[in-house]
Design a protein around this ligand. Structure first.
Ligand code: FAD
Length: 413
């Protein structure tokens, strides 16, 4: 075992994956989280290992649509008024990321992560005996109108294909063959045959945590108040004590901005909240995740019911649930399923979102003993394992499998 003792702050899917990779490389690792493992954003996602997600959100066409979407109460995009000042630095960087050269660099960076994500996931799923939590049934993305579908085929979907995504266009009848219990609300859509999903994001985090502790890892449940790095190590201030480590990896999701600010890191990271409703759909059943792309909602069949996930609500992480958003999503689910499902639970959580859709991965220039892994936005489950692999390669002093320069924390300074 390496004598270096590393603290991972944050036991979401990114922190847990990173802890497992570092432990496997022989490091002594302690995870610190104020909650039990997997209870942050990683609890509530739609469960997709979204191999098809290879295009950044920031582009001028999207920016032009945003004011209308923000004014439309039924659109998936919304903003809490009091959150506007926190959004300003993000907004400015978002505009910069829309320029074609930056967008092209962002696309290349996303593709580079995707090319290694599946193998990295497989390694962790095998290591932790978690394969039973994963299904390989592909995923559907549907459109309400022929015209919307045709526009997407010539635009985004073609762009995805050019990015190496395996996809097929399906007629409405072909969709019905795959998912007979869906209502006929759509004009067909796209099928991603290689996409996998988990039937329980929480159980996946728990399996990762259990393997970690079974193999000598320690999990401390405490709040990190401050990090004080020096040349030889990092002091971590907890609620009532302080612990010293040789290195620290910050994987605190949306809270990373406030934890890193005292270290002089300027990070336009925002809280992009998403909702999920766990539905009982009675005698109906789905075999795979189904998205209604016009409404940006997904239905994923999970262990405890069908998870209806979606929404992009820019709001403080601790703001209460907005019942209007949850109700809007439920209306979409009723149309998709042609029935009146009952709600078993409602959840809201914050995606840690960067303006250019790229996560932040790597050591801090000014504090080389502090490495960061956060900002995975819509793709933390998809990129968790590959992030852990890249962080481990960096700490081992190896050349990372993926060029990390597009993911540097310094790109916003
Ligand atoms: C509705 C919804 C649907 C989604 N669907 C998908 C999907 O299908 N596929 C996909 O890939 N991604 C999806 N995502 C995104 C994904 O869930 C996130 O990107 C991912 O969970 C982020 O993981 P994380 O480990 O960075 O953060 P988190 O899971 O939020 O973990 C951060 C941890 O840090 C801890 N922490 C914070 N501050 C402190 C502190 N001061 N001291 C100690 N601990 C601290 C928190 O308690 C938390 O446990 C979705 C997100 C949402 C909201």
């Amino acid at each position: 075992m390496q004598s270096t003792h590393i603290a991972i702050i944050g036991a979401g899917v990114v922190g847990l994956s990173t802890a497992l990779c570092l432990q496997k490389a022989g490091y002594r690792v302690t995870i610190i989280d104020k909650e039990a493992p997997g209870m942050g954003a990683s609890f509530g996602n739609a469960g997709l290992f979204a191999d098809y997600a290879r295009l950044p959100f920031a582009k001028f066409a999207m920016m032009r649509k945003m004011p209308g979407m923000l004014l439309d109460k039924t659109s998936p995009l919304s903003m809490q008024g009091s959150y506007l000042p926190a959004l300003m630095p993000y907004g400015w960087e978002f505009v910069k990321a829309c320029f074609p050269a930056k967008y092209a660099r962002g696309k290349a960076a996303m593709k580079s992560l995707q090319e290694h994500a599946r193998l990295a996931d497989q390694a962790l799923l095998d290591l932790t005996n978690a394969r039973d939590l994963i299904k390989s049934e592909g995923c559907l993305g549907l459109f309400a109108t022929e015209q919307g579908f045709a526009t997407a085929q010539a635009g985004d979907l073609q762009e995805r294909r050019d990015q190496g995504v395996n996809l097929e266009f399906l007629t409405a009848a072909q969709v019905s063959e795959l998912e007979p219990d869906l209502a006929g609300f759509h004009a067909g859509g796209v099928f991603y045959p290689d996409t996998r999903f988990t039937v329980s994001p929480l159980e996946l985090s728990r399996r990762y945590a259990r393997h970690f502790t079974d193999n000598g890892g320690r999990i401390l449940q405490d709040r990190v108040k401050a990090l004080s790095p020096d040349e030889a190590g990092v002091n971590v201030s907890l609620s009532d004590s302080s612990v010293r480590f040789d290195r620290v990896v910050v994987c605190t999701g949306v809270a990373s901005r406030e934890i890193l600010a005292p270290l002089g890191v300027r990070m336009p990271l925002v809280s992009e909240r998403g909702y999920h409703l766990t539905l009982d759909i009675g005698t109906k059943a789905l075999s795979r995740p189904v998205g209604w792309l016009d409404k940006a909602v997904f239905l994923t069949p999970m262990e405890d019911g069908v998870r209806l996930a979606g929404m992009a609500e820019f709001a403080f992480a601790d703001a209460p649930i907005n019942p209007q958003r949850a109700d809007g999503m439920l209306q979409h689910a009723k149309v998709m399923l042609g029935c009146n499902p009952s709600i078993k639970s409602t959840w809201v959580g914050s995606r840690p979102t960067t303006p250019d859709s790229l996560p932040v991965i790597g050591a801090l220039d000014k504090h080389p003993r502090v490495t960061v892994a956060f900002g995975h936005g819509h793709l933390g489950l998809t990129f968790g394992a590959v992030t852990g692999q890249l962080i481990t390669e960096t700490i081992l002093g190896q050349t990372p499998t993926v060029d990390l320069s597009p993911f540097s924390a310094a790109r916003f300074s």
